[in-house]
Design a binder for this molecule. Sequence first.
Ligand SMILES: [Mg+2]
Length: 381
Amino acid sequence: MKITSIHGYHLAFQLPEAVGNSTGFFDRRESFVLRLEGEGGISGWGEASAAQQAVSGYIRQKLAKLVLGRPAHETGRRYAEMTDGFGYDRQGTAMLAVSAVDMALHDAAAREQGVSIATMLGGALRERMLAYASGPFFKPDGDPYRDFEKDADALLERNFRAIKPRCGYTPEADGRMALALRRQLGWDRALMADINQGYTAAAALDSARHMQEAGLLWIEEPVRPDDIPGYRRMAEGSATAIAGGESLSTLAGFRDFLAAGCVSVLQPDLSICGGYTGFKKVAALAEAYGIPVMPHVFGTVVNLYSSLQMAATLKAYRGGGPLPYPFIECDATHNPLLELAGRVNPDADGCIAIPDGPGFGLTLTEEQLAPFVTEHWVERL
Ligand SMILES: [Mg+2]
């Protein structure tokens, strides 16, 4: 099946109330979703995590000519051609663009074969996995942690058995928040915390000490992703496992991160690190270091279900918490683009099923996206 057209969709929606993390607040979300259309009407979907306009420009100028008229199943060959042409832009926009195209090629190829992407990758190792709630987020105006316990109650009602609030306001406030949530959750549920890069290494270490008694499963992105010395200070000085990697895009970036001993849990994002082809390379590298890998997900239904397909094939580790890793991240903010196929509600064990239908397992149509489209472009053969 040859690819006959490429569709880019810029999507956006307003949040009912601003939400935030240690680096700022936002009340609008934007996403970029890609659809490759092939002979016989088969579509393949992909997503890039950020920078709609830049990603669109890169795909239209550099990648479209490598993809149009070519078979969907040649995923490895396309990846090599797309990344061989990087030149000056070896990370950032270029990798975001490659990620969306590689995801969509895999989805189209699996749909052509009538199998799930996990099956095409060699087969799922599991049928379901623990979903953790990514939230609560900072509240604007005043105490950012107010109502966290109310928010956590709503997540527990939805059966989540693992919760990852945002932190990174002050080390003392972080500690109070984490201890209060631990009291609320009890000890048979997992609690993590995400600093979202906002602290200095010294502040992050102080925060880790204040949160230590809360028994966090991990502390995420304590400092900026290229601050490898800061990560090393955290990894050496914190009694709690350190997680990160969502912002890294290249295999060389992951190599430096792992070789320096920055993290105990690695979280590549399929829509940033080169799609399935890039993710598989990162997962193999991490396995050599004995580091569990689980996908970072914070986007639309495309990235969530595509990441479930990837996660289905990842090596299991017992890292603490109610079930073995990998877990799958589930955005707990208002996100209609995540709920295009219905709301994600974990089962009684806190797990969600990995769909085994063709491609990433769901049928998605242009019509479902329509209410959120701010721009749509097409490149044709
Ligand atoms: Mg994070």
